[in-house]
Design a binder for this molecule. Structure first.
Ligand SMILES: [Zn+2]
Length: 468
């Protein structure tokens, strides 16, 4: 028997966590987990405590954890998995192996403990378990007389190091190729190569964040970004971009550098040339991941590498200021809130549910000259979703238990989601030479999953399952 179980990302309190289990005739079983994440937004529930996050399913038979990418909704529960006694390796791509301890250090500090020694111990444990596997290379997880499992990671184009996982499973007479998509990127994303479809997938577990809609094309959104920035900065003030530390921030920097390069001496607003526009990244974590992105150039797309060859520095240009210390952060909020000087600030978290962006929002939402620009998915129940929904109607948002009126203008550019749109997901599936006999749709709002299911059925796919 070869079974797929979902411990999260269907509904409920947790993020992505899927299990692939092989059972042989004798009743013994062995399996792997694909991702072990936390979720953000209303799915977190009220008063989610550590006990809600603790791993509540049997793990004795789990031989390995495979990580698709290091976003917190895919890796955030790893410390809880270790606490539950998981002793296997953590298999991931080479860039993910570098980034995973960094992201978990941050997560541990925020949600787990302030005890430095304990954090170091957990991180040490995680580092000792990491097994980086190059893209495109089979890796044997276990091989026993009557069952075996190998995995292969392929580029997913979502964030640096992201992968989809091909599993070659043999249990007794059964032999199957099962593919877990993780999060898939959109084609033509800046910086990263786009994903290619699997050569085979008897069963496919696929994300559906944008299963119900398509994104703007790269060129359209790039010029929309330009127009929004020009309009937003026309009356001075700050354009605040809540951005995820990993992926979105680097894509935006890349795109903004491109605009600065292309429109250099043109005015972004009266008296201010594009080449003089100040861009601020106010997030130690985003700064750290931007540094790692810069280090890992071998994993960049051909287009990005070509820019480097031309002497450009898409992730470290001269108009870019990085704010690290908390004191400088508070000073920047204070200064920018009072000054009329046009400026673009990227700060996390991406859904405004915490992080330094909250201080900016509190200081800036009340002023019409400021603008908030959303570039990513806003989960239901997050302040980001509320600002997006109520901001344009002159509504309010609750931040840290207090109401803030929204007079700042609110914008959204769709394409920087780092997630594939519906057509991209369809292309990924249609690229598989033989149709999978089962497609499991996970990791999306109910409406997105439903729309995606209908689209697949209209294309002649059967065996579409929405686990829940
Ligand atoms: Zn992701």
């Amino acid at each position: 028997m070869i079974n797929i179980t979902h411990h999260g990302a269907t509904s409920g309190v947790t993020g992505s966590c899927h299990e692939l289990t092989l059972s042989s005739g004798q009743g013994a079983s062995a399996g792997i987990l694909i991702d072990c994440g936390l979720f953000q937004g209303q799915e977190k529930g009220d008063g989610a405590s550590a006990s809600d996050l603790s791993v509540d399913f049997p793990i004795d038979h789990i031989r390995a954890l495979v990580v698709t990418h290091v976003h917190i909704d895919h890796v955030g529960r790893i410390p809880y998995l270790l606490a539950a006694g998981f002793e296997g390796p953590i298999i991931c791509s080479e860039p993910s192996a570098i980034m995973l301890p960094e992201i978990l250090e941050d997560a541990l500090k925020i949600g787990f403990t302030r005890d430095r020694q304990l954090i170091e111990r957990v991180l040490g444990l995680i580092r000792s378990r990491l097994v980086p596997v190059p893209y495109g290379q089979w890796h044997e997880v276990f091989a026993e007389p009557d069952s075996s499992l190998s995995v292969r990671l392929q580029r997913a184009g979502h964030i640096l190091g992201s992968a989809y996982v091909e599993c070659e499973a043999v249990a007794g007479e059964e032999q199957e190729r099962i593919v877990f998509s993780g999060d898939l990127g959109a084609p033509h994303a800046p910086l990263l190569q786009e994903p290619a479809s699997p050569e085979r997938a008897d069963r496919l577990v696929i994300e559906s964040t944008y299963g119900d809609k398509d994104h703007e094309s790269r060129e359209t959104r790039r010029y929309r970004l330009k127009v929004i920035l020009e309009r937003a900065l026309a009356d001075g003030g700050t354009v605040l971009i809540p951005a995820f530390s990993i992926g979105r921030t680097q894509e935006l920097l890349y795109e903004i550098e491109g605009l600065i390069h292309e429109f250099g001496t043109d005015c972004v607003t009266d008296g201010l040339a594009w080449s003089d526009l100040e861009i601020v990244v106010d997030s130690p974590l985003a700064a750290e991941f931007t540094r790692i992105y810069r280090q890992l150039k071998p994993f960049w797309s051909g287009e990005a590498v070509e820019l480097l060859r031309q002497g450009r520095h898409p992730l470290s240009f001269e108009q870019l200021t990085v704010i690290n210390s908390h004191e400088n952060h508070l000073n920047a909020v204070d200064y920018l809130a009072r000054s009329l000087r046009p400026c673009v600030v990227l700060a996390g978290s991406g859904m405004c549910a915490g992080g330094r962006v909250v201080n900016y929002l509190k200081a800036m939402l009340g002023e019409a000259r400021n603008d908030v620009l959303f570039v990513g998915y806003q989960a239901a129940g997050t302040p980001g979703r509320d600002i997006l929904a109520y901001g344009p109607r002159g509504g309010w948002v609750e931040l840290d238990g207090e109401r803030f009126d929204i007079r700042a203008r609110v914008h959204q550019v769709g394409g920087y989601s780092a997630h594939a749109g519906q057509s991209d997901l369809i292309r990924f599936i249609e690229g598989i030479p033989v149709k999978p006999y089962e497609v499991r749709i996970v990791h999306g709002d109910a409406s997105a999953k439903q729309a995606f299911k209908q689209r697949l059925e209209s294309l002649g796919y059967s065996g579409i399952v929405i686990p829940g």
